[in-house]
Design a protein around this ligand. Sequence first.
Ligand SMILES: Nc1ncnc2c1ncn2[C@@H]1O[C@H](COP(=O)(O)OP(=O)(O)OP(=O)(O)O)[C@@H](O)[C@H]1O
Length: 280
Amino acid sequence: MTAVEVRDLRKSYGANKAVDGIDLDIAQGEVFALLGPNGAGKSTTVEILEGHRRRDSGEVRVLGCDPGRATREWRSRLGIVPQTSGDSSELTVREMVRHFAGYHPEPSDPEAVIHAVGLSEKAGVRLGRLSGGQRRRVDVALGIIGRPELLFLDEPTTGFDPEARRRFWKLIEDLSHGGTTILLTTHYLDEAEALADRVAVIARGRILEVNTPGELGGRSAATARVGWLDSGSERGVIETDTPTQVIAELSERFGGEIPELTVTRPSLEDMYLSMIGGPA
Ligand SMILES: Nc1ncnc2c1ncn2[C@@H]1O[C@H](COP(=O)(O)OP(=O)(O)OP(=O)(O)O)[C@@H](O)[C@H]1O
């Protein structure tokens, strides 16, 4: 089943075409990432899908319903982690998560969710006393407490330390294995690569390509760079479509191990930057 279906979506702010004819199909259970530079139209698109912003035109179906005619029952099937976190509050982490659990018909256990986002030790601390990254983890907890069928994550790991990001990735993997559909926007290409089944690159309100992270921009077929330490301290580099053969030849030349051998292909970030016309 399709969780999200979008046809020719358009939204302008005055003369600014923020979303300029977008088509999207996201399957149930898929992790899908929207990538694009600042101002590309990602948040506008996501907010329309969440029912938080009106579209000018186009067809949109989210979990079978038009978000422009959202009902309470439909909203309770979504989880939302918006780009900016809510106000600081006098409530503690535990009180806040329990409070949000009360909005949902079948919430998860608040303690389990607090543990899953790595805040067990801070459960009794007021939100205003948390660091930025800890506050962001509360946002994630509030997004998943209702066991959503579809989870929207708008730049979820901004401010996370590396350990918290890895923990978050594991949480997303677990949710995905449990059947949750996830729509993620992120500026971290390693995050998209680690989590997403497919990514869409958006620029100036249009989709440039939808593909798997490994295939984006013809990445899997891109030329490889074989590097090694040559005699003395010179580094040798060969660009080739047949790296295995090059390595076999080098190995013969060195009589076994090739010093400081590396084989690289363009990263997802390289592909992304060349698509949006950024630094090569
Ligand atoms: N409420 C608004 N009123 C007027 N213009 C807006 C509004 N919200 C967004 N825009 C404009 O629409 C365009 C798309 O913005 P949007 O927030 O969707 O981009 P984004 O891809 O999410 O960017 P970022 O990566 O910075 O979050 C931008 O040019 C922005 O200035």
